[in-house]
Design a binder for this molecule. Structure first.
Ligand SMILES: Nc1ncnc2c1ncn2[C@@H]1O[C@H](COP(=O)(O)OP(=O)(O)OP(=O)(O)O)[C@@H](O)[C@H]1O
Ligand SMILES: [Mg+2]
Length: 277
């Protein structure tokens, strides 16, 4: 964890990011179902190459995805295939070399939680609000009711170092949620957790999004997580990441990972990744 306040704030979408002018207007609030059909996130034929003193790395080549308002799109692919780059493009933190990215305003929950070690859990959660000019006491008031809902009751004053991994992820998620953006870009939110906590957190996230709907682009290495949570799974090829498949998951939630349809879709995603079991 860097504890870099500027980076932390940029990921919350608080500070102006490169490409902000390319953002489309946030969809109006209201029942998300009415908005289905209009893309909140549209990535079309995007490529992105990094040129440094030491190397030229093509991270993404011809990646496309779309997410309608209220949809959860999950992205899977091997390490280094450009998943984080893709989320940063969606959030306007980078620009594509070719292709186009349009998105309603998006908050990033970064791969590393970037909680500031010197702030309490509640001040970390309310950081995006405070940075937007909300008084710290008011930011705390807005964040406070969420602590109970997120199973963090009693840990408001605790510093990040004294929280468990799952709790830190929930504070980090809460900060992204309180940023108040219609799109959440979640970068491997549960990767650092043990298997039991991960499954619990997946269920938890599914329930939170029922009451607090957002358009979500969620990156994961976990194919089961991608199928259990996503309306659509985007499979990226190894670097440079290309859209190898887009697998629709038309099953109602909550989903059981042992349901034959879910197991079958998991196999389809694995085979699109080139994994044979
Ligand atoms: N700012 C940067 N400068 C130079 N190269 C970069 C930069 N950001 C990413 N890359 C390179 O682009 C490629 C894709 O990186 P990215 O972080 O998007 O992959 P990823 O799919 O998120 O990987 P992981 O699953 O390990 O998190 C990598 O080879 C990485 O080294
Ligand atoms: Mg990454």
């Amino acid at each position: 964890m860097t504890g870099d306040p500027a980076l932390t704030l940029r990921t919350c979408g608080v500070m102006p990011a490169e490409g902000d002018e390319a953002m489309i207007e946030a969809p109006p609030t209201g029942p998300w179902s009415e908005l289905r059909g209009t893309a909140a996130v549209q990535v079309e034929h995007v490529s992105r190459t990094f040129v440094t003193k030491r190397a030229v790395v093509q991270a993404l080549a011809d990646v496309s995805l779309h997410a309608a308002p209220g949809e959860i799109v999950t992205v899977v692919g091997s390490s280094g295939c450009g998943k984080t780059t893709l989320l940063e493009l969606v959030c306007g933190l980078q620009r594509p070399d070719t292709g186009s990215v349009t998105s309603a305003p998006a908050a990033l929950m970064p791969q590393r939680d970037l909680l500031l070690p010197w702030l309490s859990a509640i001040d970390n959660a309310g950081l995006a609000l405070h940075a937007r000019g909300v008084k710290r006491a008011d930011a705390r008031k807005q964040a406070a009711p969420w602590f109970e809902r997120f199973g963090l009751d009693g840990f408001e004053q605790t510093r990040p170092a004294e929280l468990s991994g799952g709790m830190r992820q929930r504070v980090s998620f809460l900060r992204s949620l309180l940023a108040g953006k219609p799109v959440l870009a979640l970068d491997e939110p549960f990767a650092a957790l043990d298997a039991i906590t991960r499954v619990e957190m997946q269920g938890w996230l599914g329930r939170v999004l029922v009451t607090e709907p957002r358009t979500v682009v969620l990156v994961t290495h976990d194919v089961e997580e991608a199928v259990v949570l996503g309306d659509r799974v985007i499979v990226l090829s190894p670097r440079p990441g290309r859209t190898a498949a887009a697998v629709e998951v038309p099953h109602p939630r909550p989903r059981k990972r042992t349901d034959p349809e879910i197991v079958e879709l998991r196999e389809r995603v694995l085979s699109a990744l080139g994994v044979t079991s």
